[in-house]
Design a protein around this ligand. Structure first.
Ligand code: PTJ
Length: 257
């Protein structure tokens, strides 16, 4: 199928490029059809939020990087959508922080796991926990949704995940892990359950965290612990709702709605 040329002058160029990445992932068998719907939901929230990284997202991203740098076993959990959007960036963030990358899917098939692992490796992710890892099952999630790697999520103390289903986020939390979740929808169960909620677009958030990892990587353990301690997720979520409310209010005042 012919690729669509998006002119750089298009007012929503970046959003359309991101959309094309997800569609390309779908054609490669990386993203499931449900992932296209999930992406549309994210786009709607991003549109309302003005397609930018707000302060509350920057603070959440900073706390996440501090955790990635200080946790004993940090893991970045990658699903189809996250791989399609940010494969190269996930590799860079993992390299800068020493995090393990694990492919972990809601709609799991071994074929998709293999395709995503290949795609990540083609995009420079050096090491990925994959289909050959020693498996464990998360209790409370029927298989194959609950399959994780023993040397990855199973034994991690900190997990960064993106665009995750609420059930699985809750199950990972029940295992006693600290969870940071990238999710543009602050109403979602994942957003409400995570210890750190990054209400930001996944590719934008990952690029921000790469920049932060370069600076925070030079900080002392004590400074990083302070960043973790001072982060307040309830305040971050409240701030995201305030922005949504005020942007809708402003549109209403201007007579846009
Ligand atoms: O690849 P799999 O098999 O693991 O399946 C992945 C999907 C995304 C299909 C699965 O995890 C799913 O159904 O997720 P949900 O429950 O639809 O949740 C996805 C959340 O991510 C929603 O709250 C969206 O608003 C949000 N979202 C979508 N696109 C983005 C996003 N958040 C940040 N950046 C995005 N680009």
């Amino acid at each position: 199928m012919k690729e669509l040329e998006i002119p750089k002058s298009h007012p929503r160029y970046r959003s359309l490029i991101i959309r094309e990445k997800v569609v390309d992932g779908f054609r490669r068998g990386i993203v499931v059809p449900e992932g296209l719907i999930a992406h549309g939901r994210g786009e709607a929230f991003d549109y309302i939020l003005g397609e930018k990284s707000w302060d509350f997202a920057i603070e959440a991203e900073k706390a996440t990087v501090a955790w990635l740098l200080t946790a004993s076993k940090p893991v970045i959990s990658v699903n189809g959508n996250y791989a399609a959007l940010a494969a190269r960036e996930i590799g860079e963030l993992a390299r800068l922080t020493g995090a393990i990358v694990e492919v972990n899917l809601f709609y799991r098939t071994e074929d998709r796991v293999a395709r995503i692992v290949d795609f990540l490796k083609q995009n420079g992710v050096d090491s990925v926990l994959d289909a050959d890892c020693e498996k464990e099952r998360i209790s409370g999630l029927e298989s194959p949704r609950g399959i994780v790697c023993r040397d990855g999520i199973w034994s991690a103390d900190f997990v960064l995940l993106a665009m995750e289903d609420g059930d699985r986020t809750e199950a990972i939390k029940r295992m006693g892990k600290i969870v940071s979740a990238i999710d543009l929808n602050p109403f979602s169960r994942t957003a409400q359950t995570a210890d750190i909620t990054i209400v930001d677009e996944a590719l934008r958030a990952t690029n921000n965290m790469i920049k932060m990892a370069k600076t925070l990587g030079k900080m002392s353990k004590e400074e990083l612990e302070n960043i973790k301690k001072n982060y307040d997720n309830v305040e971050a979520l409240k701030a995201s709702f305030r922005v949504i409310f005020s942007r809708l209010n402003e549109a209403s005042r201007k007579g846009l709605i």
